[in-house]
Design a protein around this ligand. Structure first.
Ligand code: CTP
Length: 407
């Protein structure tokens, strides 16, 4: 997994720098090219010569010491790397990276890179638990940085606690797994995918609305998985309580009409639309601007049809792949296939919401994927993330221009 990978190892100053030297050696033995940047304090623990000998590469430590005059070193390194690993990452370095400070070669290079960044902290246990460090790590997580947590054990400062840099082999196993997953990532690279998720809310008056039981979990799982496969994902979401998956562009909507507008304006430019949202079919005909007061008699709310987003996409379809969802309580196949035909879809994911383990609120689903060519793929009880993966496995060959029979 690490053969021919370009790894930029950023070494900040702590006693664990000696492990970074071992890490350099082991990464090189696995076929990776390792380039090392050191801070001034890291050099006080181990000399650059050690890293140079182990990596057989120049070691960088000064933003202004341009080794090759034809290149700006920190930009060149930032662009060169397949992956950046900061190990050991001190509290100071984590603080600088979280706040966009660029006053040494590591922090400057990290601002310039778009490569995935892994951070392996090492410090005293109290420092590690300090709210400032914890907050900075949270900030870095929100940037998409990944962490290899330190281990508990004897620390150089004499304490026993959490703060020991992970062992080199442990760090390497994280990187290997990351690159293994990355091979899947490439599969949807450069593909634009719109996923809709969640319920819609149709207003009656300033305090009331009609909605449904959709949690949005299925659509969010699809968006998350598609982003992992390298797709450019826009998640058009109804109101949910779910966090936005990493690397997903989220657009919040409320009503069926909002969702219609947001989907339609992106449609001509996308490769796939997956409509997992539970869109309201009806909305109140009149929206009251003031709160409706209760009356002695019944209240009849007149409803009108909303636009069917998926049917509209089916009518306007060029070469996009269209995937619908059908939540049914009876005659699942008949209704699902009927929708696929009426809405001009390539695929429909159907489930019987009355079945245990299947449906709106839970973390699992039991679905059958029906395809335009008449075939079907019944899936067992699976997590929604696993259903998302299986669905993308069915969609991906269609994007390669293969026919269903090739799949
Ligand atoms: N859908 C949509 N716009 C609507 C209603 C539904 O885009 N106004 C989409 C859903 O996102 C789903 C598919 O159509 O992917 C099927 O939704 P469903 O509510 O099951 O189908 P309906 O056509 O509304 O049929 P019915 O309510 O009669 O079951």
């Amino acid at each position: 997994m690490l053969k021919d990978k370009k790894i930029l190892l950023c070494v900040s100053g702590g006693v664990a720098v000696f492990k970074a030297a071992a890490l350099t050696s082991q990464l090189s033995q696995k076929g990776a090219t390792v380039k090392v940047i050191m801070t001034e304090s890291a050099k006080k623990f181990v000399t650059p010569l050690t890293f140079q000998a182990l990596s057989r590469q120049n070691v960088y430590d000064d933003t202004f010491d341009e080794i090759n005059p034809s290149k700006i070193a920190h930009i060149d390194l930032a662009e060169w790397a397949d992956l950046v690993l900061v190990a050991p990452a001190t509290a100071n370095m984590i603080g600088k990276l979280a706040n966009g400070i660029a006053d040494d070669m590591i922090s400057t290079t990290l601002l310039a890179t778009t490569a995935p960044v892994w951070i392996a902290p090492a410090m005293n246990g109290n420092m590690y638990n300090h709210p400032a460090v914890q907050k900075n790590m949270k900030t870095l997580t929100s940037f998409g940085y990944r962490f290899i947590e330190p281990n508990e054990g004897y620390l150089a400062c004499g304490y026993v606690g959490k703060g020991r840099l992970s062992e080199p082999l442990e760090i390497i196993s994280y990187l290997e797994q990351f690159f293994a997953e990355g091979q899947i990532e490439q599969k949807l690279k450069n593909k634009k995918i719109i996923v809709t998720a969640g319920p819609t809310q149709e207003t009656i008056d300033p305090v009331r609305y009609f909605t449904n039981r959709s949690s949005g979990k299925m659509g969010y799982a699809i968006a998350e998985e598609a982003a992992k496969w390298g797709a450019d994902v826009t998640l058009i979401s109804g109101p949910t309580n779910l966090p936005t998956p990493q690397h997903v562009h989220r657009v919040d909507t409320k009503t069926a009409q909002d969702m219609y507008d947001e989907v339609l304006k992106r449609y001509s430019d996308c490769d796939v639309v997956i409509k997992a949202a539970a869109v309201a079919d009806y909305r109140p005909k009149n929206i009251f601007t003031e709160k409706m007061k209760k009356q002695p008699n019944d209240w009849v709310v007149e409803m009108e049809r909303t636009k069917d987003i998926l049917a509209t996409l089916g009518e306007k379809k060029e070469d996009q792949i269209l995937v619908g969802f059908a939540a049914e309580t009876e005659r699942v196949e008949e209704y699902a296939r009927g929708k696929m035909e009426r809405k001009n879809l390539d695929m429909i994911v159907a489930n019987n919401v009355a079945e245990a383990g299947s449906g709106f609120q839970g973390d699992t689903n039991i679905v059958t994927i029906y395809k335009k060519d008449g075939s079907s793929l019944p899936l067992p009880l699976l997590s929604k993330n696993e259903v998302a993966k299986r669905l993308l496995m069915e969609i991906e060959p269609l994007l390669e221009g293969k026919s269903y029979n090739d799949c």
